[in-house]
Design a protein around this ligand. Structure first.
Ligand code: HEM
Ligand code: NAG
Ligand code: NAG
Ligand code: NAG
Ligand code: NAG
Length: 336
């Protein structure tokens, strides 16, 4: 009897000791609470199905909403961690993230989160954070677009502040080069593989001309366009985005299958049909690590889908407020 217990306990103890060692090597204070998949299983068992049906309705009404919600989650996580800071409105004393350069006139889907949150509040008031709702909604968005599924880790709480300046500095810009993209992801604890994998989110959704127009016309060099752009694709984009005006005209980020969550984003890059500079940069040097990841995803689509789930979990683990930190907002727009 005793030896059976010991046999079962030894590996548990060993992994506990290992966890403590890793935690202390990383300089963590004590053993930190972790996000877990079953966080709301007893406190709000219906949350998963409420978020799923809210997302299903939103995407049925407008296909693009899957992309918009996914981007909202990314822009939340890169600024103070995944704490729903992105959802806070400006106040008299705080300029929030919504008016920052990457977000202004660009982020969409706030009403969708509001509708879902209201439904969740009516069933389990004061229990589920806006940050967790966004994490679940982003996963459901990907599933609705035909992408992979996974168990979302939960237990995040909501911030009481937002940061206009961190939104401007942490979020990558569409004209950024490879080394600076890599360092912005690294600053969030994400690897170069995470960068390539998560950029695959651009297999769905749209971008405004203002974000890639610099590739179509170069005022300095006799209207010379970005030479790395496929010429047919270039003239297509030029007719969508005239040199004057049209800044809010929209182009699909994935020219082949704009609403399907697949590897066409990567095969576009290999054909010089990436829309943003930041997209094409991943494949612009065929001796780079990022190029080899892009190539391997086009050859083995299943590895993209598997890695995407892993990288989304990694992104979702950025700086969560847990335990007694933060709060559970009643209304995602304002602190309690
Ligand atoms: C690698 C650096 C990235 C840059 C520079 C970047 C930049 C952009 C830009 C400029 C747009 C178009 C916005 C507009 O025109 O209003 C966009 C759209 C989008 N981004 Fe990214 N992005 C990056 C990574 C990501 C990541 C990691 C995700 C999610 C995991 C993501 C998801 C999306 C989605 C889904 C859209 C379409 C949104 C819609 O249609 O409403 N992006 N991105
Ligand atoms: C449906 O989508 C349209 C945009 O295509 C939007 O204006 C409208 O508010 C949406 N309706 C609902 C109920 O979400
Ligand atoms: C883009 O915008 C311009 C100026 O607002 C407009 O004239 C043009 O028709 C638009 N092109 C498309 C394809 O929507
Ligand atoms: C990489 O690009 C260079 C220059 O464009 C080209 O000469 C070379 O053949 C390419 N190598 C591979 C493996 O595609
Ligand atoms: C993730 O991507 C890398 C590079 O393409 C690949 O070697 C690896 O097998 C992938 N991992 C999984 C779990 O698919």
């Amino acid at each position: 009897m005793a030896s059976r217990w010991q046999n079962k306990l030894q590996p548990v103890m060993a992994s506990f000791i290992l966890m403590m060692m890793v935690a202390s090597m990383r300089g963590d204070v004590g053993v930190q609470a972790q996000l877990v998949a079953d966080f709301y299983d007893s406190s709000c068992p219906r949350v998963q199905s409420l978020v799923r049906s809210g997302m299903r309705a939103a995407v049925q009404n407008e296909t693009r909403m899957a992309a918009s919600i996914l981007r909202l989650f990314f822009h939340d996580c890169f600024v103070q961690g995944c704490d729903a800071s992105i959802l806070l409105d400006d106040t008299a004393t705080m300029q929030g993230e919504k008016s920052s350069f990457p977000n202004a006139n660009s982020l969409r889907g706030f009403e969708v989160v509001d509708t879902i949150k209201a439904n969740v509040e009516s069933v389990c008031p004061g229990v589920v954070s806006c940050a967790d709702i966004l994490a679940l909604a982003a996963r459901d968005a990907i599933v609705l677009a035909g992408g992979p599924t996974w168990k979302v880790l939960l237990g995040r709480r909501d911030s009481t502040t937002a940061s206009y300046s961190l939104a401007n500095s942490n979020l990558p810009s569409p004209s950024e080069d490879l080394s600076s993209l890599i360092s912005k992801f690294q600053a969030q604890g994400l690897s170069t593989l995470d960068l390539v994998t998560l950029s695959g989110a651009h297999t769905i959704g749209q971008a405004r001309c203002v974000n890639f127009k610099d590739r179509l016309y170069d005022e300095d060099v006799n209207n010379e366009a970005d030479p790395t752009l496929d010429t047919k694709y270039l003239s297509q984009l030029q007719s969508l985005c005239p040199s004057e005006g049209g800044d809010d005209n929209l182009s699909s980020l994935d020219v082949q299958t704009p609403t399907r969550f697949d590897v066409c984003y990567y095969s576009n890059l290999l054909k010089n049909k990436g829309l943003l500079t930041s997209d094409q940069e991943l494949a612009s040097d065929n001796s780079s690590t990022t190029f080899s990841y892009v190539q391997s995803y086009t050859q083995t689509p299943s590895s993209f889908l598997a890695n995407f789930s892993i990288s989304m979990i990694a992104m979702g683990n950025i700086g969560p407020l847990i335990g007694t930190l933060g709060q559970i907002r009643t209304n995602c727009h304002v602190i309690n």
